[in-house]
Design a protein around this ligand. Sequence first.
Ligand SMILES: NC(=O)c1ccc[n+]([C@@H]2O[C@H](COP(=O)([O-])OP(=O)(O)OC[C@H]3O[C@@H](n4cnc5c(N)ncnc54)[C@H](OP(=O)(O)O)[C@@H]3O)[C@@H](O)[C@H]2O)c1
Length: 357
Amino acid sequence: MSYPTISRVKFYCDLVLSLLNLVFGRVYSKPIPPAADLTGKIAIVTGGNSGIGLNIALELVRQNATVYLACRNASKAREAVSYIISAVPNSADRVETLLLDTSSFSSVRECAERWKKSKSTIDILIHNAGSPSTPNGQPFTIDGFPMLYATNLLGSFLLTHLLEPCLSHRARIIFTSSTGQYAGKFKPTFSLGTVKNRLEPGFHAPIAAVKADGTAKDSVLYSNTKAMQVAFAKLLYNRWEGAAKANGTRNQRVAHAFTPGFTMTPIFGKAMTRTIWEDPALWILKATTILATDVSCGAATGVWLATTEDEAVMGEGMGGGYWERMTRRVAKVDLMSTEQLERFWIRWEADAGIVWK
Ligand SMILES: NC(=O)c1ccc[n+]([C@@H]2O[C@H](COP(=O)([O-])OP(=O)(O)OC[C@H]3O[C@@H](n4cnc5c(N)ncnc54)[C@H](OP(=O)(O)O)[C@@H]3O)[C@@H](O)[C@H]2O)c1
């Protein structure tokens, strides 16, 4: 099997298909991942207490995996555990919680430290926690980064780095990205030098999207972080491939990203802190939730990527993909050169305060 063709024509075709999926996803046939047996496998799902993450966790438990719900709110996490245990017979000893706030470096580090002490191997890591809107009055994290950049990207970058030694040799890392990644905007001249003065605040937001108070529009930060998740999946996979090649071995780990399309979850209730003028995209989504698919439909591609042995997902050279409805699509970052993508990595390392060897 060869790596899928990436071309500008295919990109625009996939973009149109994705837009159609946003509007008509509900009437399309539902993607149904074949059941797998995950007995003995260990999975972590961030943001596993709600919506798509909860549904992915539920399906993984149904398929006999042991699943850790990594959540920022302990009581919500416990409620989610009770829900899963009541839905899946004999699962009480296979659903656990971890405390994790992806917007805080100290929380990410504590979570990773606790995991390392348990000495468990991770087979599946789903980076699902995310938010489309900056909480009122909290544009920046305690570490000084735009809230959405840290929540949606930087926290998972640091967590993956810290947990990498715990990954199994066939581990999969899956990102819940978004169709919004198509709207990700990066300057063609993007380089470490040219972004330097725009780093804080509004990092990675085109300068036109930065508001008078120095913060960037949520819709811009959201789509940029969702595009960065796709870039992260691709770069991480390329690094594993490169390392294996250098060692004369075969890499069997994969990283992939997917869009759930437009899915009815609590996210739209949490997201409305902006006026329609400040964030029209969110208001449009909120006003049209009648078009949204049910949560199992939105989660299906994530479940499939986490469980399938399909060559298109797990085959040699096939990682680093972006998926919708269990079909590979060309993403915005697929049009960027490796050199441009690598600059992201260097920036994320600097922001997370790590050197990822
Ligand atoms: N629904 C859609 O149509 C749609 C479309 C495209 C992409 N997505 C993506 O899908 C993912 C899941 O969203 P959803 O629709 O299922 O919404 P959701 O039900 O609100 O789930 C989001 C999850 O992320 C958690 N979370 C948010 N910020 C966090 C942080 N700083 N640390 C740890 N956890 C955090 C939330 O925790 P709390 O419960 O404590 O808030 C919740 O568990 C997100 O990444 C979202 O961007 C959704």
